[in-house]
Design a protein around this ligand. Sequence first.
Ligand code: EPU
Length: 432
Amino acid sequence: MPMVEKMQVIGGTRLEGVVSVSGGKNTAVAIIPAALLCDEPCTIDNLPDIDDVHALAEILRHLGAGVVYEQGVMRIDPRGVGGHAVPFHLAQRMRASSYLIGALLGRVGRAEVPFPGGCVIGARPIDQHIKGMRALGATVDSRGDTVRARADALKGSDVFLDMVTVGGTINIMLAAARAVGNTVIYNAAKEPHIVDVANFLNSMGAHVKGAGTDVIRIRGVQRLWGCSYTVIPDQIETGTLMIAAAATHGDVTVTGCIPTHMDSLAAKLLEMGARIDAGDDAIRVRSYGAHRAINIKTQVYPGFPTDLQQPMTALLCTAKGSSMVTENIFENRFRHLSELQRMGANVRVMDRTAIIDGVEGLFGASVYITDLRAGAALVIGALMAEGVTEIANTHYIERGYEHLERKLCELGANIRRVQVEESSPLTELVRG
Ligand code: EPU
């Protein structure tokens, strides 16, 4: 009988101690393709050891770059890059493969990138990325399953985004960095990783101004030179650890983070009754007693991040009263709720709003991860639950969290890997 690996969590322990946060996933997956724009080698530090980073390293090697990745440091030598086509099987491994369109257009004037994969949390079109590339003078054919873009010379232009898009903003910044003339992105996203990517480009000699506001101005330059750059800490990992601390009524200090990136989450945890103390690069979360129900609406930065909506719903399952969670960014980001229901949660979903009526407690069950942040939500639910939870499909967690399991165990969680038979009643590989 084939065996599958699951994560087994014995719930009910209080998390306590100090944990350090890793480098940002969503920054890392943009900065690695951005390094292709450079004419010299770059060294990027504080990269998380996650599957998305390894997949990008493989793509860059396939395109002809020299890539060495050891202990969080990646040295990228893009001088040998001649390829422009990203293989389907690698593009499908992650969402961020779309950044190869802007980066390759800027580098070799051509890009052939299969439509990106990544978490199934909504339709996730890339029409705004394509609109931006066309505005800069590229011809883009997006029929079928691959985007084919070409430009003899990109020319700076004004791009007004129809909606605030993180990926669209970054992709246009990449293409514009070496375009001829000025580009202005209006209605740009303001997330911390937009600022980090702009800082990285500027460290290579680009002229990007206004990142972190909704208007970004880029003056194209002819060449970019090598640099050493340190990726910012992961906002979403920080938030996940903060929520886990509150969920287990623990006392956890998350170090190496940027507390101001966490303001929207901290405000919600305070509203629920947790205690938060923020220092220069650390946040302590303490929680005693019952939590109060609250309402959340996901928004673009600096609003409450969609990526923390799923972990937060786990915490709300046992809050006293009725919570309303509205997901405004992605139309299909509630798939984890049916798994939390298996653990005893009382949840109804109406269109884009989930109504969570707090229950006394969750109990262990066999559950299935549907996407990266659903994985975090189920781990948090399992830590809160009485008894044993078995979590299947953990590869999603490895896509985006560096050593989450180890970090939680160091704080006192009881988590181990188990091999179970595929036909075991505890294992259902496909759920509708
Ligand atoms: N959208 C369009 N057209 C576009 C681009 C986006 O309609 O051309 C829509 C999307 O469908 C969505 C909304 O605009 O409804 C926002 O999408 P956005 O482009 O901002 O998201 P993304 O770039 O695909 C990144 C992160 C996500 C994170 C979102 C929102 C990366 C690799 N991914 O995705 O991270 O949820 O921004 O902050 O940076 C995660 O880490 O779990 C994750 C999904």
